[in-house]
Design a protein around this ligand. Structure first.
Ligand SMILES: Nc1ncnc2c1ncn2[C@@H]1O[C@H](COP(=O)(O)OP(=O)(O)O)[C@@H](O)[C@H]1O
Ligand SMILES: [Mg+2]
Length: 253
């Protein structure tokens, strides 16, 4: 059974206290929305969960393995995968080669033909099979997002964190991403979706976490959280026409 236990996470960047004691657990294949204003600490939390940065204090256990001091590749092997707000494909490799990389790099025992077959089925699911021999740099922004989702599937993680999967995506691709999320969840994986797209968040999530400048101010059923005065005050009620965050300035390792 999938279990993630996040305990009292703190993160500071210099004088900026970005996570102020974040606690939550995931038990089983939950589909969770993580929302909050720009700068709330959502990406920082993701970066800690996947091992890209280390917390100042606090712990993260995934299926009883402590992961908060591990490197990203070790966290991926332990079963947690994530996508990036700013996509990170290998631009001069083909779409198909991009999908081979995680499986080969992780030293999984699958044979090369098996990896190829899996990559082909992933591409078919993402309706990208016709793009398999294109260089990743030729893809549109939305197609790059799909490619990242495909790379996650190649790793078979227990928990996936999708950081702004809908930002900048053409409406036609939105349905594919929604279907992807539902299917991956049906396959028994836990998913955290970080997004400002409230329609998607409310149609997909069974549980909602609200992060407000380092504090987790709500954790519960979306219908309940939606009416929580603290959440309305901090986020939902404030700006009706919230813009998509501008991803270009983000730095991640
Ligand atoms: N590497 C970093 N160095 C310094 N400040 C950072 C760094 N990463 C994020 N921050 C700051 O931490 C805060 C939270 O950022 P972030 O986690 O990206 O928020 P969100 O994803 O919720 O929009 C912001 O004020 C951001 O500027
Ligand atoms: Mg972010």
């Amino acid at each position: 059974m999938i279990k993630l236990v996040v305990k009292d996470l703190h993160k500071k960047f210099g004088g900026l206290h970005v996570l102020k004691g974040v606690n939550f657990e995931i038990n089983g294949p939950e589909l969770i929305g993580l929302i909050g204003p720009n700068g709330a600490g959502k990406t920082t939390l993701t970066n800690i969960l996947d091992g890209a940065i280390k917390p100042n204090s606090g712990t993260v256990y995934l299926n009883d393995t402590r992961i908060d001091q591990l490197e990203p590749y070790q966290v991926a092997l332990a079963g947690l995968g994530r996508t990036f707000q700013v996509t990170r494909s290998f631009r001069r490799m083909t779409v198909l080669e991009n999908l081979y990389v995680p499986a080969l790099a992780m030293g999984r025992p699958d044979s090369k033909p098996a990896i190829h077959d899996k990559a082909m089925s992933v591409l078919e699911f993402l309706t990208m099979d016709h793009l398999r021999n294109e260089f990743a740099q030729a893809l549109s922004g939305g197609q790059q997002k799909l490619l990242e989702l495909g790379r996650l599937l190649m790793l078979d993680p227990d928990i996936v964190i999708l950081d702004e999967p809908f930002a900048g995506v053409h409406p036609r691709l939105m349905d594919i991403i929604h279907e992807y999320i539902r299917r991956v969840n049906d396959e028994g994986k836990a998913i955290i979706i970080i997004s400002h797209q409230m329609d998607s968040i409310f149609s997909l999530s069974q549980r909602l976490l609200v992060l407000n400048y380092g504090d987790l101010i709500a954790d519960g059923e979306p219908e309940v959280v939606k009416h929580d005065p603290a959440v309305i005050e901090a986020y939902l009620g404030s700006d009706e026409d919230e813009e998509e965050p501008e991803p270009a300035t983000e730095t991640q390792s």
